[in-house]
Write a protein that binds this ligand. Structure first.
Ligand SMILES: Cc1ncc(COP(=O)(O)O)c(C=O)c1O
Length: 437
């Protein structure tokens, strides 16, 4: 197996033998990719997969989309990758985003979701003159020390009287950063009222994913999100919606357009560049105008900001998303595949529920759609994990953790549904057999 040789060598050069933590799936299971096209991956041993993981969501059209790749090549042949100066494209791309997301007045760019969130949080603090921030249980906002606090759900049982303890993601996170962060549960009205009662004049922003792309697309209810919006307004707190996963994916205008509830600041990344590294944050002009170079302004910048590889990819991708049926195709593919899987689960007598929109589909083995991250703990995530590994074995790529949704892209329009149904049926049977052993 070539992959195992590659892993052995990589161990000599990188911690865990991988370029970043989330790629390590164990010494015998870590996947090395040799080729990616459309919605298909080929690993270094030549095994092919239909990919529903899509690099954690950025691929919205497909791998090697020629419309995007050609635009990038044209751009870098014309003007290189970066000069550290402004280009016309900066404004062009912001105008494209504003046309799809009319709640945005002004933006700045970044190179990753993490960096966009960092810029947005700093802007919220600069605008409000406050330091505290609140997060929602189960959300993920990138590897930024202050936001690397999470509810220890694995060591919490449904029915426990106490809330899960809040722990750092790992070593190296200063305990002091915890002092500035509150964590509340999604759809928990009591926690929301309590938060604003106790933090009203200290809270710079509440940061959340309304459709939690990092907790199986468990979603805020319309009334809870509206109450959050209202409380933010009443308390001078900014609503910061992280659309790094949902933006330009669940709808042209992102999750906010599905709810009709809009943030003061929003972060985007992933789908905006079909996999090219590009991100942005933006919002109301009054808020964004605290960014600048005057004394007292919020500082934002970076060598690679708005580099022309990322920006030309965003320009081409956003043009396709705005002016073609691509996102309908993505939705239809997700809806068809959801139906196929539902048939498989129903035939096997397995209680199941889907969360979130079809383009970013949470699949949970439980009778009712989870409403909170703690509800996720009631799902049969062990069976899901066994099922996922059986699917991977049979050529369906996905994250083996049900907190990661299934992602769909335009290229999934051609997936052979009867093949998928067979493979899912076999995989579920094998997983259920293993589960009772
Ligand atoms: C909602 C959300 N915000 C921020 C991030 C961080 O983005 P990046 O990995 O590009 O730094 C992620 C990554 O998955 C995310 O899902």
């Amino acid at each position: 197996m070539k992959q195992q040789q590659l892993m052995k060598e990589a161990h000599l050069h990188m911690p865990q033998g991988v370029a970043e933590n989330y790629r390590y799936w164990g010494d015998d299971k870590t996947v090395f990719i040799q080729h990616a096209h459309g919605c298909e991956l080929t690993d270094s041993d030549g095994k092919k997969y239909v990919d529903f993981r899509l690099g954690y969501g950025p691929i919205i059209l497909g791998y090697q989309d020629a419309r995007v790749d050609d635009a990038v090549i044209r751009q870098i042949k014309q003007s290189g990758i970066l000069t550290g100066f402004a280009t016309e494209l900066d404004t062009e791309v912001v105008k494209q985003i504003k046309a799809l997301c009319p709640h945005i007045d002004k933006m700045r760019f970044a190179n990753s979701g993490t960096e966009a969130v960092m810029g947005a949080v700093r802007t919220a603090r600069g605008f409000t003159g406050r330091e505290r921030i609140a997060l929602v249980e189960g959300s993920f906002h990138g590897l930024y020390d202050e936001l690397m606090w999470k509810s220890d759900i694995e060591n919490w049982q449904p029915g426990d009287k106490h809330a899960p303890s809040v722990i750092p993601f790992g070593a190296g996170i200063p305990a002091k950063t915890r002092e500035l962060v509150d964590i509340i549960g999604l759809n928990d009205f009591e926690a929301l009222e309590h938060l604003f009662k106790h933090r009203s004049d200290q809270l710079a922003c509440v940061l959340l994913e309304p459709i939690i792309g990092n907790a199986g697309s468990i979603s805020a209810s319309q009334t809870w999100l509206q109450r959050l919006r209202d409380l933010c307004d009443q308390n001078g707190t900014l609503l910061l919606i992280d659309e790094v996963k949902s933006g330009f994916r669940v709808a042209k205008g992102g999750a906010q357009s599905l709810y009709g509830i809009y943030a003061d600041l929003t972060t985007y990344a992933k789908a905006m560049g079909n996999g090219y590294p590009v991100a942005a944050f933006g919002g109301r002009a009054e808020v964004m105008d605290v960014v600048g170079s005057n004394k007292g302004a919020v500082v934002h910048g970076g060598t690679y900001t708005a580099n022309l590889v990322g920006l030309s990819a965003a320009h081409a991708t956003l043009d396709i998303l705005a002016n073609t049926d691509a996102l309908n195709t993505v939705d239809e593919a997700g809806t068809r595949i959801k139906q196929v899987l539902s048939n498989v689960f129903t035939r096997a007598g397995l209680a199941h529920a889907f969360a979130g929109p079809p383009a970013m589909l949470g699949i949970h083995f439980t009778p009712d759609v989870p409403q909170t991250y703690r509800d996720w703990r009631k799902t049969d995530s062990r069976l899901y994990n066994l099922f996922a590994w059986e699917l991977i074995e049979r050529g369906v790529m996905l994250e083996p953790d049900s907190r990661e949704p299934w992602f769909f892209c335009e290229a999934h329009a051609t997936v052979d549904l009867s093949w998928l149904e067979d493979v899912a049926t076999q995989s579920l049977k094998a997983a259920q057999d293993k589960a009772v052993r």
